[in-house]
Design a protein around this ligand. Structure first.
Ligand code: ASP
Length: 439
């Protein structure tokens, strides 16, 4: 058995947290490859080391004195090292970092030092080999991640390694210039390592006991999702459900490796298991609900539009010309509606409207705003009759007016559009009918 274990920033924020992580790793001999984030917040008011690094580097880049800021970062590591009773010294590392900052080595380099240093501390603490991610995770000249080359390099490098710590969040170009993933990117590194060693499991340790059926800021004490498929998760994360970086699914998905989301502070909780496919019946018909506010809709009406070849393409061209991506396109007999992000659309709306007139000569174009989209996701929906009926009767009882309905072609989700003002009420009503009452 081989497991890759990734620990997020809050799991590594202090020596005390490190000790919990150490106990977790030591309790299972298959936890052989460890991917740490940078130290996160120790309490609500604290600052993540990554943010301290960005800030410190901005000072260096402006040519100002950054030594106090760098010393504060150093103190964060020293506190961990002392708390763990390690004899490790990071003096030489900080000398290099100071020089590189002064020489303006780049924002990505700066941010990556959070994971790099934490990797060194973690390796010393566990007695595992340290492997610098810059030597095994490869980006191209434009800064795009190279999955296949990385998989080859990493696979070879880890072939005869028994146990190792590989810092998350960054890699490098061929010339060694450091490049980072987007924020939260250590999740991606964990997935890349799991793929390269064909791990049996990718455990992603964080500070919650898995994915929740709904956002806890909206629904009180929502249930944890026990098992979810990659595809369901894609739908939910796209709609804003956090916890795992969206792109972290792709590497493990290639090898069908499951991801287990676990809680460092409650290791006995089973967490959420993310799998390719499962015959396990979901506990509820729906797996999860997620949504986003602030969409605008543009409805184009034209008699006989259905018989006009290329109509849909031309409508979407009007959006493409203005560099706007669309979310959903429900259509009727003589109408087609395009949902777009309201913020991005606002600045360009008149250009889009005139482009529509030029491209499709519509009878009318109508714009609506302040809409929210809610995705109700679940593999159980495919085999259950009446799901849509339950959703809409729940919404009707809660006096929510449904502005749009779209059943995804995967039969994995139903998307409803409601007014922004009804967003929370709608989510609570759907949660109640499927989970609380579960009738
Ligand atoms: N430390 C980085 C961040 O704060 C990456 C990560 O934690 O995954 O975004």
């Amino acid at each position: 058995m081989k497991k890759v274990v990734k620990f997020g920033g809050s799991s590594l924020a202090s020596a005390e947290q490190f000790e919990k992580v150490g106990a977790i790793i030591r309790s299972d001999a298959s936890r052989r490859f460890v991917v740490p984030s940078a130290p996160g917040k120790r309490n609500k008011k604290d600052t993540k080391v990554t943010d301290m690094l960005y800030d410190c580097y901005a000072t260096a880049e402006a040519g100002e004195d950054f030594s106090a800021k760098l010393n504060a970062i150093r103190a964060r590591y020293q506190e961990i090292i002392d708390g763990l009773g390690l004899s490790l010294s990071l003096d030489a590392e900080f000398d290099i970092i100071r020089k590189e900052f002064a020489a303006k080595a780049g924002r990505d380099y700066a941010a990556s030092r959070g994971e790099y240093l934490n990797g060194i501390v973690m390796a010393a603490y566990l007695g595992y080999e340290f492997i610098d991610a810059a030597t095994v995770i490869r980006f191209n000249e434009e800064g795009h991640f190279l999955p296949e080359l990385t998989n080859e390099l990493l696979g070879k490098r880890l072939e005869n390694v028994d146990s190792a710590v590989i810092p998350g969040f960054y890699g490098a170009r061929e010339d060694g210039t450091v490049v980072t993933f987007s924020r939260g990117g250590s999740d991606i590194t964990g997935s890349i390592v799991a793929r390269a060693i064909r791990a049996d499991m990718y455990e992603n340790w964080t500070d919650v006991s898995g994915f929740l059926v709904a956002d806890p800021r909206i629904v009180e004490n929502p249930e944890v999702i026990e098992t979810i498929t990659y595809r369901e998760l894609r739908e939910l994360s796209y709609m804003g459900a956090g916890v795992l970086h969206e792109d972290a699914i792709f590497p493990v998905r290639k090898e069908g490796i499951p991801i287990n989301i676990k809680n460092t502070n409650r290791p006995e909780d089973p967490g959420t298991l993310i799998v390719e496919s499962t015959c396990r019946k979901p506990r509820f018909t729906i797996t999860g609900i997620a949504g986003k506010k602030n969409f605008a809709s543009v409805t184009i009406e034209k008699d006989m539009m259905n018989s006009e070849i290329g109509f849909g393409r031309k409508v979407l061209t009007a959006f493409e010309e203005n560099a706007l991506s669309f979310e959903h396109v429900p259509s009727g007999i003589d109408t087609m509606t395009v949902f777009v992000d309201q913020h991005a659309f606002e600045e360009k709306e008149q250009n889009v409207i005139s482009a529509l007139h030029r491209l499709v000569e519509p009878d009318s174009v109508e714009v609506d705003s302040d809409l929210a989209l809610i995705a109700i996701v679940g593999r159980g929906m495919r085999s259950t009759r009446g799901t849509a009926g339950r959703i809409f009767s729940a919404l009707a009882h809660a006096r929510v007016n449904v502005r749009m309905i779209d059943q995804g072609s995967s039969e994995l989700n139903v998307i409803v559009g409601v007014d922004n003002a009804d967003f929370e009420t709608a989510i609570r009503a759907i949660y109640d009918i499927f989970v609380t009452t579960n009738i």
